[in-house]
Design a protein. Structure first.
Length: 143
């Protein structure tokens, strides 16, 4: 299987490490790019500044609570852009607030997952997420 390019937008270093570990443990082949705030995410997706020429991701994993621009703002940007809206976006966040869930789906998130607090459940959730999005689903090719 070819490597899937994932853009992870997450400001919590611990969650970045856990997610990387979970993909590795589940033996999912990924090319993971991490950015730590919403403005950098948009710059990456638009290939601006330091991200000039960056490869477009096949999938975006997006936290709701981010510095500089929220995950909701990044999601709105992606889904309102003709050249980005085809990229599936997974909201992966600690927020279980109903307004965050509703706002995410109103802005066309492909799914919303609340991060399990328990380490084993988190690893299992990522393995299931990976199995679905990286093995079962056909993702658009990155450009």
């Amino acid at each position: 299987m070819d490597s899937v390019h994932i853009l992870l937008v997450e400001d919590n270093e611990g969650d970045v490490l856990l997610l990387s570990e979970a993909f590795e443990e589940a033996r999912l082949v990924t090319d993971l790019t991490v950015v730590k705030d919403g403005e950098r995410a948009i710059d990456f997706l638009e290939r601006r500044g330091e991200y000039d020429g960056a490869r477009r991701p096949n999938l975006v994993i997006l936290d709701v609570n981010l510095p500089r621009k929220s995950g909701h703002e990044v999601l709105e940007h992606i889904k309102s852009s003709e050249h980005l809206k085809f990229i599936p976006v997974i909201m992966l966040t600690t927020s279980s607030a109903e307004q965050d869930v509703m706002k995410s789906y109103q802005n066309h998130a492909n799914c919303y997952i609340t991060k399990p607090v328990d380490m084993d459940l988190f690893l299992k959730a990522i393995a299931q997420l990976g199995a679905f999005w990286l093995e079962l689903v056909r993702l658009p090719k990155s450009k």
